[in-house]
Design a protein. Structure first.
Ligand code: SF4
Length: 225
């Protein structure tokens, strides 16, 4: 079976919205500022975006707070560009729109319950599937509750994350909650590379592990090899 090119699917939808002359309301689930940097630079030209920071998988609270603050700082920087019209160094221009943010519940127990029995899975395995389901279901629920036309996630920018699995889960959660899921594969079109450039440009905090304590320990072990 041919693989779906989710980046192209998104482009097709954007072309259609542009023809219709509209900027749909999008709830963008975001995991951290570095991953958001490119996604927001790209999407803010075509959507009215509210970032949804919902990541109870970040088990260490100081780490969680640090990531939320960086997300807010990035959004403030992007909104300042829109206000001043100064887009120096950016790949977006005055078509960019301001971005809002909502912080979801931070209840680590919800994550631990979701991945119970899968704690020792390697990164990329079944534990991550449960983690994606938890975060995308809550994103779909909030998108529906707050009347967004679409939701999607920055998670597809990571070369370590399976875009096919994320898009399948997103689609299922959208259908379950009655809200549109926007397909994506943000790592394509040099998206991941651009996120690193933007992270340097804005001096963003870039963690070297995904989020849960299990991924942190795995990364520590890999570094020791
Ligand atoms: S490695 Fe990342 S995606 Fe996988 S369970 Fe941990 S936080 Fe979630």
């Amino acid at each position: 079976m041919n693989k779906v090119n989710y980046a192209k699917e998104l482009e097709k939808k954007i072309t259609l919205f542009q023809k219709e002359g509209r900027y749909p309301r999008l709830l963008l689930h975001a995991c951290c500022a570095p991953c958001s940097s490119y996604c927001l630079e790209y999407l803010r030209q075509y959507f009215d975006i509210t970032v949804f920071f919902y990541n109870p998988n970040i088990m260490n609270e100081p780490e969680y707070r640090k990531r939320v603050e960086e997300e807010k700082r990035l959004i403030a920087e992007y909104n300042r560009q829109v206000e001043t019209g100064d887009f120096t160094g950016m790949h977006s221009d005055e078509t960019a729109r301001k971005i809002e943010i909502i912080e979801g519940d931070y209840i680590v127990k919800d994550y631990l319950d979701a991945v119970k029995g899968l704690e020792s899975c390697p990164e990329g395995g079944d534990r991550c599937t449960k983690c994606f389901e938890l975060r995308l279901e809550e994103s779909a629920r909030i998108a529906r509750e707050k009347d967004f036309e679409f939701f999607t996630t920055t998670l597809t920018i990571s070369p370590l994350k399976d875009a096919e699995r994320l898009n399948r889960i997103g689609q299922e959660m959208g259908e379950k909650h009655g809200v549109g899921f926007l397909p994506s594969d943000f790592k394509k079109k040099e998206g991941y590379k651009r996120s690193i450039e933007l992270s340097h440009m804005f001096d963003l905090y870039r963690q070297d592990f995904c989020g849960c304590e299990f991924s942190r320990l795995q990364r520590e072990a890999e570094k020791r090899l």
